[in-house]
Design a protein around this ligand. Structure first.
Ligand SMILES: Nc1ncnc2c1ncn2[C@@H]1O[C@H](COP(=O)(O)OP(=O)(O)OP(=O)(O)O)[C@@H](O)[C@H]1O
Length: 252
């Protein structure tokens, strides 16, 4: 397994938010996580991304334990949460937003950048080329030179994905890819997520829009009041009586 969330528990102020949560995502897997409001989905992403420590349990990625690593260190290992890419700079263009997302730019680190002018130029050219490829892949090329602040909700989601791709992740924890998106564009977003997945990048996706999510994922986990109550193929999980009860009589 590539990502192993192993018996993770977490409480805030004496309130148990996550209890013994285990989810495994294979390398290149496309797995969904649903649950009523307040079930603990964001808290789980915070723990897996390294933003909150777990009280008990472990998170492993590609065989390594991540428990003591910062979010940035986890991202360097190839595991990225949407939040690890900050909000786009609304005054910068799509192309510029992609370029500044590339990690480890030597220009940032070199105090005397003029000493390494040739190296910097080569690095900048490589970043510009990568940004171009990402824009083509995500069909953002027509808006390449628009400020990010002028993008539609759907285009912003694509830019968010693009900024993560600039960091070359192997697994993405994706938070609500369809939130704030015009339903007309759901298929476009889903199509690009599937295409990214087919390039070998795994996904664990939290999403409230269950029909849109289940058209993409091949495995679904359901969190209810901090516990995983069902997991498996989406069709089977959605027929599960416990899942129906969680949504009809649940916390939301
Ligand atoms: N930092 C915190 N301190 C105290 N309580 C918190 C904290 N973060 C989350 N909680 C509580 O944990 C519970 C689970 O919240 P969480 O945001 O993880 O659920 P969720 O499944 O993501 O919900 P939603 O679908 O509404 O986003 C809630 O009762 C919330 O109030």
């Amino acid at each position: 397994m590539s990502l192993e969330i192993d018996s993770v528990s977490k409480s805030f102020g004496g309130l148990q938010i996550l209890q013994d949560v285990s989810i495994a995502v294979p390398a290149g897997g496309l797995v969904g996580l649903i649950g009523p409001n307040g079930a603990g989905k964001s808290t789980l992403f915070a723990v897996v991304g390294g933003f909150e420590p777990a009280d008990a349990g472990h998170v492993r990625f590609e065989g390594r334990t991540l428990d003591s690593l910062s979010p940035q260190a986890r991202a360097r290992q190839g595991l990225m949460r949407t939040f690890q890419v900050p909000r786009p700079f609304s005054h910068l263009t799509v192309r510029e937003n992609l370029a500044v997302s590339a990690p480890g730019q030597k220009g940032e680190r070199l105090r005397f950048a003029f000493l390494a002018g040739g190296m910097l130029k080569r690095e900048q050219a490589a970043i510009a080329e990568q940004a171009g490829k990402v824009m083509d892949f995500l069909r953002l090329a027509p808006v390449a030179d628009l400020p990010a602040g002028q993008l539609s909700g759907g285009q912003r989601k694509l830019l968010e994905l693009g900024r993560m791709l600039m960091c070359k992740p192997r697994m993405i924890l994706l938070d609500e890819p369809f939130a704030g998106v015009n339903p007309v564009l759901y298929a476009e977003i889903a199509d690009r997520i599937v295409a990214i997945n087919q390039s070998g990048i795994g996904f664990l996706i939290v999403e409230h829009n269950i029909p849109a999510l289940t058209r993409m994922v091949n495995e679904l986990h359901v969190l209810d009041r901090g516990r995983i109550i069902a997991h498996g193929p989406p069709d089977d999980v959605l027929k599960d009586a416990r899942v129906r009860t969680a949504y009809i009589g649940g916390a939301s």
